[in-house]
Design a protein around this ligand. Sequence first.
Ligand SMILES: [Zn+2]
Length: 69
Amino acid sequence: MARKVADCRQFPSEKPCTLTIAGEEEEVLRAATEHAVSYHGDKDTPELRNEIRKTLKDEQPPKQMRQTG
Ligand SMILES: [Zn+2]
């Protein structure tokens, strides 16, 4: 199962934050949005979710798994 990683260091923010969230894309998106709202004071908007989605990285797969796509 492909998991995504959101690294809060990649978000421009006045509050330094090193939080990393990993999970399935929708889970990461939800958790990262809640974190951005509750901690960073961002607004929960489609734009914010788009920004978060753009920064998602694939979790490093184990070596025996082949990357497709
Ligand atoms: Zn953060």
